[in-house]
Ligand binder design. Structure first.
Ligand code: PEP
Ligand code: CO
Length: 467
């Protein structure tokens, strides 16, 4: 494929970016693609993919480039990224309540962060497309019966029956529609004033009784309200840009046939965009240098994320960075480390040192969830709040020691009243888990635990930068 340089960056030669050679939206098909389902009906798959290619996209290229610019600013320490949402969205969870409750938690957290960090916060939801899940085994055994694993609602159903577990390509069309509905509702809420700082009471969750953190949050909201009224009295005008915020979407772009179907050229920007989401990321299990996912991601112009686990060596990371961002373009690449509280102090510093030494422009953010998953004696997959907290605090320290900064956080959370992670302000114990454990995949922070994380980020970063 012909090399072209983007007109907007060609002028500043330092960041000239080229369309990669020998790439197309389907060139990943020449590589090994891990974690892909085997669809039994080739004709049905073909039909679904043709339909997906013709359906309208979910986001636009200019929104994608606006986010890339904001991520570039976060790389310079001028913004903080809050990325969060469900481990896996479900088709049944596409309801007004689930969507608006999740938005409320993210808005409350971002208010805490903006206020405490004194930085603009970039809000990126893990929603409107987070339907595909990597699994550690291809099959699941129960009582001597073995069935294909559940791979997320975009592939098959979670019920343990042979029929539900057959990969169904029509689910890709349904996932696209559910993503569009989610997106539409989020956009309407925001455009309608739901995020208006004059009305933070819109974000209160009806099920929250007296939370141990509520007083601290309320004091902060009252303080912000006073400041807003003061500024408005002083200027004699309403502060208008307080009534809307930007929300971007993200998901793990795991199911490559789906991602390919939404990868397009657009009239006014050069190159290819994944228009199913603003910010796709590569999961830890599919980040091989010569694998299909790295091949697909290297050719799209979106800002992208890469999950990094404790087994990644510095040299290996540098090679993947080179493949994904050969021009060292600002805003292009976010590294999301997820080491586990027990490993981060040993595993992260060599990676930070190598990336810094080579002058690679990346944004570092911490996922303190996925390295801290464990099973309880009563059979629940859970995470301990104290491990999540510890990984996050150690991440801030490791970045400070390396002369870098942690630019954001990646969390699994929900606005529903669930009991999936242990600990936190209400000190949930193993026996609380059965009360409201609803996740089909990983355990999520509930509202209080999420808010507590936002508060501890403010405290920890405050200690480091001396606020
Ligand atoms: C996830 O983010 O849900 C996930 C599976 O993460 P990881 O790829 O880091 O294991
Ligand atoms: Co998860």
């Amino acid at each position: 494929m012909q090399q072209r340089t983007s007109p907007e960056v060609a002028m500043s030669n330092a960041t000239a970016v080229n369309l990669p050679a020998d790439w197309s939206p389907s060139s990943w098909r020449q590589r090994t693609a891990l974690q892909m389902p085997t669809y039994p009906d080739a004709a049905a798959l073909d039909g679904a993919l043709r339909e997906l290619h013709a359906l309208p996209p979910l986001v636009t290229s200019w929104e994608i480039l606006a986010l890339k610019k904001q991520i570039a600013e976060a790389q310079e320490g001028k913004r903080f990224i809050l990325q969060g949402g469900d481990c896996a969205e479900t088709f049944d969870g596409c309801t007004s309540e689930v969507i608006s409750n999740r938005l409320k938690v993210l808005l409350q957290m971002s208010l805490v962060l903006v206020h405490g960090l004194r930085l603009p916060v970039v809000r990126i939801g893990r929603f409107a497309g987070q339907y595909a899940k990597p699994r550690s085994a291809d099959s699941e055994e129960r009582d001597g019966v073995s069935l294909p694993s559940y791979r997320g609602d975009i592939v098959n159903g979670p019920e343990f029956t042979a029929e539900a577990r057959i990969p169904d390509p029509r689910r890709m069309i349904k996932a696209h529609a559910r993503s569009a509905m989610t997106m539409n509702f989020v956009r309407s809420l925001i455009d309608g004033g739901f995020a208006d700082l004059h009305h933070p009471e819109y974000w209160n969750l009806s099920w929250v009784g007296h939370s141990p953190l509520a007083d601290e949050y309320r004091r902060m909201v009252d303080g912000i309200g006073d400041a807003v009224r003061f500024m408005e009295t002083l200027s004699g005008n309403q502060l208008h840009n307080l009534n809307r915020v930007d929300f971007y979407t993200s998901h793990e772009a795991l199911l490559l046939p789906y991602e390919e179907g939404q990868t397009r050229e657009v009239p006014r920007n050069w190159g290819w965009f994944n228009l199913s989401t603003h910010f796709p990321w590569i999961g830890m299990r599919t980040a091989q240098l010569d694998g299909a996912h790295v091949e697909y991601f290297r050719g799209i112009r979106n800002p992208i994320g890469l999950k990094i686990g404790p087994s990644v060596a510095p040299e290996q990371l540098l090679k993947v960075i080179e493949a994904l961002n050969p021009d060292n373009e600002p805003g292009r690449l976010t590294l999301i480390h997820r080491m586990g509280a027990a490993h981060i102090a040993e595993k992260l510093p060599p990676l930070l040192a190598a990336v810094k030494r080579e002058g690679k422009r990346v944004l570092w953010i911490c996922d303190p969830m996925h390295g801290n998953t464990e099973s309880t004696t009563n059979g629940y997959k859970t995470r301990r709040f104290r491990n999540i907290r510890s990984e996050l605090e150690q991440a801030f320290d490791a970045h400070a020691a390396a002369g870098l900064h942690l630019g954001g956080v990646h969390l699994e959370l929900t606005g529903e009243d669930v009991t999936e992670c242990l600990g936190g302000a209400r000190e949930l114990t193993e026996s609380d888990l059965e009360r409201a454990y609803r996740s089909t995949v990983d355990p999520r922070l509930n509202y209080e635990q999420a808010l507590e994380i936002a508060m501890l980020i403010v405290r920890k970063r405050g200690q480091i930068v001396g606020l």
